[in-house]
Ligand binder design. Structure first.
Ligand SMILES: Cc1cc2nc3c(=O)[nH]c(=O)nc-3n(C[C@H](O)[C@H](O)[C@H](O)COP(=O)(O)O)c2cc1C
Length: 193
């Protein structure tokens, strides 16, 4: 039985292209995994606090203040329960939403999701991630900046099996509608393989 963790981050609840394609993905995933479990995190709707000095001190302490680690522990446990991860991510000011960055700051944690300093080794094994990204402009590189950054963050925790479904140029609604159709077929192809 597979478990999928869906993480949404667009500030738009209605009219978000990344959420819309995410909904399609989940619908298809459910059809392929009728007994599968879906966990949901919405880092926009559910406030994720920034890490503080207190949090990081607790990360490195042998006798940590438990309260500082409650949310980090909860989010990391969720990742360990998960076989597959779907991240829907818009571009804001040339990067991923700060809420999603705050999420990663809490889950990328020494001895929990990676070990070692000089050559860090990711501890989350045998997990696949799907990234649905959206941006108003046209992506110039093969992997757009959101995909690049998310790939580094996931790789750091050991997640290297990553599939990408980008929606760029969303400022043009007609083009985006066509792109959504293309990415829907890509999703079907990947979930069928
Ligand atoms: C605060 C803000 C900043 C944005 N910054 C960028 C940007 O730097 N580059 C870009 O191409 N689009 C930018 N956009 C456009 C969004 O990436 C685009 O509307 C995207 O479709 C949003 O994702 P969503 O449709 O899932 O909500 C920005 C939008 C907002 C609201």
């Amino acid at each position: 039985m597979n478990t999928l963790l869906r993480i949404d981050s667009s500030l738009r609840i209605e009219g978000s292209y990344s959420r819309t394609l995410g909904n399609f993905f989940v619908q298809q995933w459910k059809a392929k995994n009728p007994a599968g479990i879906i966990l949901e995190r919405d880092v926009n709707r559910q406030h994720i606090p920034h890490i503080t000095q207190q949090t990081v001190t607790a990360f490195f302490s042998d006798t940590p203040d438990a309260e500082s680690l409650t949310l980090s522990d909860e989010l990391i446990n969720e990742l360990y329960q998960t076989d597959e991860l779907l991240i829907t991510c818009p571009m804001y000011n040339y990067g991923i939403p700060s809420s999603l960055k705050a999420y990663f700051d809490l889950v990328i944690r020494t001895k929990k999701t990676f070990a070692g300093n000089k050559v860090p080794k990711g501890l989350l094994e045998n997990k696949r991630a799907y990234i649905i990204s959206s941006m108003g402009g046209i992506a110039a590189e093969e992997l757009n900046p959101l995909e690049n950054h998310l790939t580094q963050l996931l790789n750091h925790m050991g997640i290297r099996d990553i599939l990408y479904f980008p929606l760029d140029g969303t400022v043009d609604g007609v083009r985006t509608a066509q792109k959504i159709t293309v990415q829907q077929s890509e999703i079907l192809k990947q979930l069928d393989s």
